[in-house]
Design a protein around this ligand. Sequence first.
Ligand code: ADP
Ligand code: ZN
Length: 209
Amino acid sequence: MRLLIFGPQGAGKGTQGRRVAEEFGLDAIATGDMFRWAISEKTDVGIKAKEFVDEGKLVPDDVTLAVVSERLEAKNFDDFLLDGFPRNISQADSLDKVLAEHSAEIEAVLALEVPEEVSLQRIVGRRVCSNCGRNYHEDAPPEEDWTCDRCGGQVERRADDAPENVKKRLRLYHDQTEPLKSHYQGVLHMIDGMGSPDEVFSRIVDSLR
Ligand code: ADP
Ligand code: ZN
């Protein structure tokens, strides 16, 4: 299965993406997580991506495409869920091209929808495990003193979650990412992102079955 998930910041795409990938046995390819990891490890990609990620800007397409292509190739262009890529029409065109070369195409696109006030409120309180990427919220912290329940990593606010950056990323989303809905019209599943993570997850599963 070849899936893609997108939605505004705070719509829950990281959380849902991981769960959907687990449910259907897919490799979750999350470009944001990959860049954060590369930055913390100071790899070549990390060094190139850092200034863009820190400022809430898009990492240049050539860097992004290279990291995604490598992961797709490792999976033989199947059994993946892309989260955070493509983020604009040019990335979508490149993805179509790469997949077409392997006679593959995206089968379903999950578009998570939440009102802007909700997405802002969720991100301002968001905390993320710096090791495994699991999301928390200041109102729903880990059991023990900002230590990840799953892996014991340090749970902190993402550097790019400062309010002025969040507004910039939301604007970028509306201008550049939302137009992807018409690009993927034939395979688009609109998912209401309001409610508990379990509720949203069952909506996604119902919609895919
Ligand atoms: P969010 O959806 O909350 O912005 P992500 O974790 O998906 O968070 O992305 C974090 C940052 O990583 C982005 O602001 C951007 O700098 C970079 N990034 C992620 N995916 C892409 C992409 N497809 N193209 C360019 N930059 C990206
Ligand atoms: Zn963790």
